[in-house]
Design a protein around this ligand. Sequence first.
Ligand code: FPP
Length: 242
Amino acid sequence: MQPAPQSAAAPPSPAHVAVIMDGNGRWAKARGLPRVAGHKRGADAVRTIVESCAEMGIRYLTLYAFSSENWKRPAEEVDDLMGLLRIHLTTEIDRMSRNGVRLRFIGDRKRLAPDIVRLIGEAEARTRDNRRLDLVLAINYGGHDEILRAARRLAGEAAAGRLEPDEIDEARFAAALDTAEIPPPDLIIRTSGEQRLSNFLLWQAAYAELIFTSVLWPDFNRQCLADAVAEYHRRERRYGGS
Ligand code: FPP
């Protein structure tokens, strides 16, 4: 990977970009291929975008890799997606580690296979000191589920007498979410023409710029990312002010 080029005139890149990677199935269908072929090409696009983010000086990249609703897909497709994840967590980890990428995970790990939970733990431990790019993979993630787990945790603290309900403010609540210590996304991109958040980062998306592109995820490349960042810079962020 090249060092992040950032000329004095260029505006700083958004610190945190999050992506709803959509359209793998349609990419495959358009070519008469099985859905898994689209997911494989989607995994290749993940590699390209991780490298592009690091080169562009983006500090955090969150990818919606498997939602808590994705379990409803046919068992074979779920197995294919989990298989790709296993491959990524084993073969890609050396390369990511060498390139200064820190891997983090959000979502509920309880429903994941034990070997995946172990690989996730190892990847986090191994890349903990990397500082170039934090790659946050959302796996078995749902925004409602994350908020409910945080609420239950805080309610438990309150019931145990360790926390007064009035002490629960935005900062306290945010710290109970899976994304504690990760800043909210500046930009959320969704590919494939769909225009919804689909339960992704519901709390954290409050002030994010949303960009929807018709490009299918397997075709999403460095130029597509650069175009989205350019569009982000054309928008004026006011955070509710005038
Ligand atoms: C949506 O396409 C994409 C997903 C359900 C998962 C994204 C997974 C990958 C990119 C591959 C593995 C990821 C990693 C991190 C190794 P879709 O199947 O919903 O497409 P469709 O809407 O066209 O059917």
